[in-house]
Design a protein around this ligand. Structure first.
Ligand code: ZN
Length: 219
């Protein structure tokens, strides 16, 4: 599934059903989200502290340990969330630290953002690593604002039913799209089929688009 090459992560991505952000323990091709609790995973993972855990300062040590593991391919999910209890000032301070960690380690940043797009985009400006807004589910104007700044958008289960999100997806440049199941039980294949239907193309073409994007992000 992964082809060995002397790149930084020793992998390049060929077209396949890659699940960009997920919480499943089934060893699927993709990036498992490690929330810095429990043992560090073996399969490719991202390491981050969710804004809901922003006051759990004890997680930072685990994050720095996991972040430098060779299987850690990205930092996150991390970001700002208007609907969780830690104060936004505390969330922002932790988010800034995680942005710095991503820059220091030169690993892409997987962003969790709920109703804080302006602020989040501002904090992520001018980074030297790729920035991916995971679980994107907002309207076209926000999609356009984020992609205009070169941020990637990763689409999940909402793409199956949410008509406004389908419209956002169609207005997103294909060189900035990714697909993910997050914590949804739907098969990732279903999302690739949906993306192909929306783009009026084949599943194989969607796989090629995503593989090309992964090779830019995880270079
Ligand atoms: Zn998630």
């Amino acid at each position: 599934m992964f082809k060995t090459l002397p790149s930084r992560y020793f992998i390049i991505f060929e077209p396949m059903f890659f699940d960009f952000h997920h919480h499943h323990h089934d060893g699927r091709a993709g990036i498992y989200n490690y929330d810095c609790k429990g043992a560090v995973p073996q399969n490719p993972f991202s390491a981050g502290i969710h804004p809901a855990d922003a006051e759990r300062t004890e997680l930072w040590k685990q994050l720095t340990t996991a972040a430098s593991d060779p299987s850690c391919v990205a930092i996150g999910e991390c970001g700002l969330d208007n609907l969780v209890s830690p104060p936004l000032t505390v969330q922002e301070q932790l988010f800034r630290q995680q942005i710095r960690l991503a820059e220091d380690l030169q690993k892409p940043l997987i962003v969790h953002c709920v109703r804080q797009h302006e602020r989040t985009a501002h904090l992520c400006r001018d980074l030297s690593v790729s920035v991916i807004f995971h679980g994107f589910n907002r309207k076209q104007t926000i999609a356009e604002q984020l992609t205009a700044r070169g941020f990637y958008l990763s689409f999940g289960a909402s793409l199956l039913k949410n008509l406004s999100l389908q419209n956002s997806f169609l207005h997103c440049p294909t060189d900035l799209i990714l697909l993910e199941t997050d914590d949804s039980p739907i098969p990732i294949e279903t999302l690739y089929r949906q993306a192909a239907a929306l783009l009026n193309t084949s599943v194989e073409t969607v796989q090629e688009i995503i593989a090309a994007n992964l090779n830019k992000i995880l270079k």
